[in-house]
Design a binder for this molecule. Sequence first.
Ligand code: NAD
Length: 415
Amino acid sequence: MTSEFAGPPKGSWITVSARSGKLEVPDDPIVGFIEGDGVGPDIWAASRPVFDAAVEKAYHGKREIKWWEIPAGEKSYRVYGEHLPNHSLEAIKKARVAIKGPLTTPVGGGFRSLNVTLRQRLDLYACVRPVRYVPGTPSPVLNPEQVDMVIFRENTEDVYAGIEWKSGSREAERIIRFLREEFRVDITPDSGIGLKPISPGATKRIVRRALRFALENGKRRVTLVHKGNIMKFTEGAFRDWGYEVAREEFHDLVVTESELFEKHGGTIPEGKILMNDRIADAMFQQVLLRPSEYQVLALPNLNGDYLSDALAAQVGGLGMAPGANIGDACAVFEATHGSAPKYAGMNKVNPGSMLLSGAMMLEHMGWNEAAQLIVKGISDAIRSRTVTYDLARQLPGSREVSCSGFAEEIVKHMG
Ligand code: NAD
């Protein structure tokens, strides 16, 4: 390693129990971090002291995160000539838990998104986005506190997998000819073509994860969101395979909506979870009109992408939305906004998304007390109206502070 990136610090590795499959987290875990591009270094510099302060306040020195910088993005390119070297992927696998800032994807030029590459190479198949209102945050809806959902978006398939061919290309023309000759399907000859694969295996593992999460976290409702009325063999199949997992693997623990009314008088029986499904377009209305009826959502990739951002807006925007990409081997928590290059190096943007992703990471590690301190600190800092520019614009009478200034305010409010 060069001087800019050191090897792993002294500490202990997070492992997975062979018996239960659960994470085993030592008191001095080595956790990976990627600063990210653009505003990434700003929000990381502000956030790291908040994470350390929360852990210190919660466990009084008994626990401490040992941070290990993992090369990625422009900083990695400067040192290694690669934006995402293989040893970085190996490092994330070794650490099992990592947190990252945003990574820039230059438009065009055949440059693949580093985020998509990370998800695919590490098989981080679940994009998990909790959407919860942090009290005090300005919101465009009347009752943002009614929103408390966790989205499980499938991360590896769907039109989002990027299997597509340009209009007029030899490949597009061949596929169009093949469809005409073999299936009598007529497509306008100069069309661009994209494929939408959705498989039972990938569907079942995301729905299984959503159901397990609901069971482990006392949630009572899991909703499959799809556009199966139109795309029957992809989105409709997603719904069918989702119910199949519930029936085959969670038989005693799940009731469906029809069973709820036929057998249980409309009340979810004690100790059970309701599984229902909604058509995606109707769901966009439901989350605005009846948000309190939904808790855990499982969606295919593209609809999951749209709904995640729409819901984030309901509780105060992307600057405050946490997220994680989780697989069976490792998990990468991330600020969900981009690298906002025009603000890079200005110590100006809101570190909230990175901070709440860190809180989510601490919960994933079982360090819930530290996670709660971060949420409390953010909420109280916002209530005291000492905030970054994006929130200040929406909060009359507030005092605007820098990215690091906001982080310091949060630490003060941790109590
Ligand atoms: P962006 O999220 O970087 O910025 C859009 C605008 O949102 C900014 O100009 C700013 O006004 C606001 N904003 C973003 N983050 C903010 C914050 N923390 N606090 C306050 N305001 C904030 O989106 P973009 O301009 O479309 O993308 C820039 C780059 O980031 C692109 O290269 C894109 O590919 C990449 N990107 C990366 C990720 C990721 O790493 N997960 C996600 C999205 C985009």
